[in-house]
Write a protein that binds this ligand. Structure first.
Ligand code: FES
Ligand code: FES
Length: 163
């Protein structure tokens, strides 16, 4: 059995220092060690996007990243989106537009969207579709998700407009 190695990283602004096996996946540490079960694990093969988190500003599929590859990095999970009890504007838009049904894909959708808007606050519809290219949803047909994100892009969910 391979010996554990030190993993020091930040998740949702909180520093962690743990020991993990070299073959442990980032999604396993997030869910099993840190108890942040908002990040979902489904296909386990980088196909569905349910496990998407943000690592140093980029949306990554945490089922396809070794935990040790996150050493020294900053991770944001869906639990890190709301601040001071207030939903992130993207979460609020999803809520208002009913952009979910079973909700299993939603954390990954939110994290891919957040990475997009951090980089480009006014994406086009095509840019939104491209950003969500790796996130599958079996329920919504995507239209409500795209409508929600288009409203965010139009400025409908700026901080001062979010109730
Ligand atoms: S569980 Fe990671 S992409 Fe599906
Ligand atoms: S809401 Fe069910 S998979 Fe997207």
């Amino acid at each position: 059995m391979s010996s554990k190695k030190e993993l020091k990283f930040t998740v949702n602004g909180q520093p962690y220092d743990l020991f993990v096996k070299p073959n442990t996946l980032l999604v396993e540490v997030i869910r099993n060690e840190l108890g942040l079960t908002g990040t979902k694990r489904a296909c386990n093969s980088s196909s569905c996007g349910a496990c998407t988190v943000i690592m140093d500003g980029l949306a990554v599929k945490s089922c396809s990243v070794l935990a040790l590859q996150a050493n020294g990095r900053e991770i944001t999970t869906v639990e890190g989106l709301a601040k001071d009890g207030k939903l992130d504007p993207i979460q609020k838009a999803f809520l208002d537009h009913g952009a979910y049904q079973c909700g299993f894909c939603t954390p990954g959708m939110l994290m891919s969207s957040k990475a997009l808007f951090n980089d480009n606050p006014t994406p086009t519809k095509m840019e939104i579709k491209e950003a969500l290219d790796g996130n599958l949803c079996r329920c919504t047909g995507y239209n409500s998700i795209i409508r929600a994100l288009m409203d965010v892009a139009k400025g409908e969910y700026k901080e001062d407009k979010v109730g």
